[in-house]
Design a protein around this ligand. Sequence first.
Ligand SMILES: [Mg+2]
Length: 273
Amino acid sequence: MSQEIRKIEELARTIRRDIVEMVYLAKDGHPGPALSITDIVASLYGSLLRVNPSDPEWEGRDRFILSKGHACPAVYSALARRGFFSPELLPSLRALDSLLQGHPVMKKTPGIDMTSGSLGNGLSIGVGMALASGYTKKNFDVFVIMGDGELQEGIVWEGALSAFKYKLGRLIVFVDHNGWQSGASCNDVGGCVSVKSRFEAFGWHCQEIDGHDISAILQAVKNARAETNLPSVIIAETVKGKGVPFMENDNSWHKRVPSKEQYEEAMKILGGC
Ligand SMILES: [Mg+2]
């Protein structure tokens, strides 16, 4: 295993500990969806994204949009561990006037490129950013993480059509395919049409990977970056609550606070104490 992958895996363990601790201390939040995307977020901030923590608004930076904004504890942890702000701020999640609100706010938190939380918008906003990348000749890449539940929103497919029309090869979308949304399974709510076939029908470059396999994530982004004429979707098969066995695939952890005993158990499993 390469040193890079070991480094990202260690970052992912740190992010998972931070998520559980933030939600426990805030007495509010979404641990399941945040743990689901942790390995993707760790790969982005631990390796893939060209960003500068000392100049968060550098115009040439790669952009990142967390379309499923409720999973933001994962991103707040990654930003802190990358040096955008002090990890000492993490326990202030969801506090009044904190930099770290319950959903991302771009004018409040260093390193957050887009306000989100109203589901379905991230892909279309990414289309606008990817167009700007070309018009300004800054040539940055635009990454979006979406939930599988929010694929039910119509604006996703308006954006998908535009991305193909404008040949947005710099747009790379991860679908966090954990099979769940807040109230039920995605299949029960929105039907069973495969995600891959939907994006293929819109002309996108499609890959399916294990969303918890760091080397697969890195390779998929390398492939997506090599595809310069088509927008890319990376359909990441994930487990909601990944890393904390009693949260895995239990949708009650979509938004739920661990008890003191559950917090201590989770931290022990994650190597925190
Ligand atoms: Mg989901």
